[in-house]
Design a protein around this ligand. Structure first.
Ligand code: UN1
Length: 493
C-alpha cells in the first residue's frame, strides 16, 4: 500500500515518487510505503490551503463545527479499526490505542462546541456613542507538525481548533506513523470537509518541515516533538516571523511522601512510567521518594514490575509494547551505561530483549534505577523509554526542589494524604500539569496541555487555550456618534 499526500481533497497518484517503508515496531513487518515529499509538494499544498481559506473563513463557525461533529461521529463508528491501525504502526498496546482514538473523538465534539462559542469580549468605549468589541479572527493557513507517539490525538488537538476557527491547514505527520494520518484524510473526505481545508504532506522534517517554515503563506507552525527539533523550528520560524507553538520534552516526576498510599503510588508509577513503553511526553521517568518509605516503595514497585507482560500490543494481555524503532532502542540502552557509570544502581531491566518474537521487534525491558542523585544525566535528560530513576529525599521541600531542578516543565505528581501539602505542591511544582494522587500522564482534552521552561514556548495545545494559537485577536470599534471623536483627547475623565 502506498500512502500519498492528500491535497485539495485528493490523494496524489502513486506515480514516480520517493517512498519510505513504514514498519510495525512489534514485528518488523512492512505495513506500507509512505511518500517522502519535497518543497514543491509543500508549495502545492500551501497553495490549495490558501485558495480554500478565504471562503472557509466565511462559513459560519457553527457550520464549520458541523463538519467536526461528523468527523467525530465517523471516528467513533470506526474506533476499533483506528485503534488497530494505531497499535500496528506505533506499537502502543491496543487498550491505549483505543484510548488515544477516544482522545481524538473527545476533541472533535469538544471543539465542535466551540463553533457556537468562540467568545470574544464586548467592553464599554471611553467615548459616548461608540461600541467596542474584540473578536477571534482566523489566521489563514497553518502548519501542523506532529509526533509518532500520539499519531492521532495530538493531530486532533491542533487540526480541530484550526478548523473551527476558520483556518485551513497543512499537516506533516511523523514519517514513522503516517497511516493514522491517511485514515484521517479518508475521514475528512467522508465528512465532506471542503477541498483544501485539510491537506496532508508526508515526508522528512528536514525537507517538508523546513519548506513549511520557509513558506510565506503559512502563518503558524504548531509543533510537538523533541526539544532539539523545536529549537530549530523556533529559530527558523522566528526569522520568518511565524507564530510558533512548541510542545517538547519532559522529565516528569512522581513524588511519594511518607504519608502516601504506597500501593496507589506504585500503580500510578507503573502506569505513567511503563505505559506506552515510556514514550509519552508526560511519562514518569523520575520517582522522588521520602527516605522513610523508599525501601518499601522500591520493593512493591519491583514486585509489580514483574507482572508487566511485554510483547505485541495487539495481544490484549500485553501491558508494555515495543519502542518505535532501532534507533530508539539504542538511545535508551546507551543511558544504562551512563547511569551505571555515574553510580546509579540498576535494580531491574537495563537490556534490549532478545530471543523468539523479541528479535523481530524493538523491545526494551522495563528498567528501574535506584540511588540516583538529582544531577545525574539519567535524572536530567529525556530518555523516552521505559526507564525510571528513584531519587531519595528527606523532606517535602527537597522533593519540590528536585522536581523543579530540570530544564523541562511538563508534568508532575505527588502522592500524599496531607491536604495542605497537596495545595502547596500544586502551587510550587513548576510544571504546566500537576497531579495530586495520580501519575504524571492522563491529560484530558478540555484542559490546556503544555509545559513551562524547556518544554514549550508559552503556548498550549487542547482546551480553549488551543484557540489562542489558531486565532488572531481583532479589536473592532463602531462609532455611531456621527462626528469625529478622538480617543484619549475628546474624553476628559
Ligand atoms: C504526549 O505524550 O505527547 O496525558 C501526549 C497524556 C495523554 C497525552 C500525552 N493524554 O499522557
Amino acid at each position: 500500500m502506498k500512502l500519498t499526500n492528500y491535497v485539495n481533497g485528493k490523494w496524489q497518484d502513486a506515480g514516480n515518487r520517493k517512498y519510505a517503508a513504514v514498519l510495525n515496531p512489534a514485528t518488523g513487518e512492512e505495513l506500507a510505503q509512505v511518500q517522502m515529499s519535497s518543497a514543491e509538494d509543500v508549495d502545492e499544498a500551501a497553495k490549495a490551503a490558501k485558495a480554500a481559506q478565504k471562503s472557509w473563513a466565511k462559513v459560519p463557525a457553527p457550520k464549520r463545527a458541523s463538519y467536526l461533529y461528523e468527523i467525530g461521529r465517523i471516528m467513533k463508528e470506526r474506533k476499533e479499526h483506528l485503534a488497530q491501525v494505531l497499535t500496528k504502526e506505533m506499537g502502543k498496546v491496543i487498550e491505549e490505542g483505543r484510548g488515544e482514538v477516544q482522545e481524538g473523538i473527545d476533541m472533535a465534539f469538544y471543539m465542535a462546541g466551540e463553533g457556537r462559542r468562540l467568545f470574544g469580549e464586548t467592553t464599554p468605549s471611553e467615548l459616548a456613542d461608540k461600541f467596542a468589541m474584540s473578536i477571534r479572527a482566523p489566521i489563514g493557513v497553518v502548519g501542523l507538525i506532529t509526533p509518532w507517539n500520539f499519531p492521532v490525538a495530538i493531530a486532533t488537538w491542533k487540526s480541530f481548533p484550526a478548523i473551527v476557527a476558520g483556518n485551513t491547514f497543512l499537516w506533516k505527520p511523523a514519517t514513522e506513523t503516517p497511516m493514522m494520518a491517511y485514515e484521517m484524510s479518508k475521514i475528512f473526505a467522508e465528512a465532506g470537509l471542503p477541498d483544501g481545508v485539510a491537506n496532508i504532506v508526508f515526508g522528512a522534517g528536514s525537507e517538508v518541515g523546513t519548506a513549511m517554515l520557509e513558506h510565506p503563506d503559512i502563518r503558524v507552525i504548531s509543533f510537538t516533538g523533541s526539544t532539539e527539533t523545536g529549537r530549530k523550528i523556533a529559530e527558523l520560524g522566528g526569522r520568518n516571523l511565524k507564530k510558533v507553538s512548541l510542545e517538547m520534552g519532559g522529565k516528569n516526576a512522581v513524588i511519594v511522601m511518607e504519608d502516601a498510599d504506597l500501593d496507589l503510588a506504585v500503580e500510578g508509577i507503573l502506569w505513567s512510567a511503563f505505559g506506552t513503553a515510556g514514550q509519552r511526553c508526560t511519562a514518569c521517568s523520575r520517582v522522588i521518594v521520602h527516605e522513610q518509605v523508599k525501601e518499601e516503595l522500591q520493593k512493591r514497585l519491583l514486585a509489580k514490575m514483574e507482572s508487566l507482560t511485554i510483547g505485541d500490543g495487539l495481544d490484549e494481555s500485553i501491558k508494555v509494547g515495543p519502542v518505535i524503532n532501532k534507533e530508539a532502542l539504542e538511545k535508551i540502552h546507551s543511558y544504562i551505561e551512563i547511569g551505571k557509570q555515574e553510580g546509579a544502581v540498576l535494580l531491574a531491566g537495563g537490556e534490549i530483549l532478545t530471543g523468539g518474537h523479541f528479535d523481530k521487534g524493538n523491545y526494551y525491558a522495563p528498567t528501574l534505577f535506584t540511588d540516583v542523585s538529582a544531577s545525574m544525566r539519567i535524572a536530567q535528560e529525556e530518555i523516552f523509554g521505559p526507564v525510571v530513576s528513584i531519587i531519595e529525599v528527606d523532606s517535602f521541600e527537597a522533593a519540590v526542589e528536585v522536581n523543579n531542578g530540570v530544564i523541562y516543565g511538563l508534568s508532575s505528581s505527588i502522592y500524599t494524604q496531607d491536604i495542605n501539602r497537596a495545595f502547596i505542591a500544586q502551587r510550587d511544582l513548576d510544571t504546566g500539569i500537576v497531579y495530586i494522587n495520580a501519575g504524571t500522564s492522563g491529560a484530558e482534552i478540555h484542559l490546556p496541555f503544555g509545559g513551562t521552561k524547556g518544554t514549550g514556548n508559552g503556548h498550549r495545545d487542547s482546551g480553549v487555550a488551543a484557540l489562542d494559537v489558531f486565532t488572531e485577536w481583532k479589536s473592532v470599534y463602531v462609532d455611531f456618534s456621527g462626528k469625529l471623536q478622538r480617543a484619549q483627547i475628546d474624553n476628559e475623565i
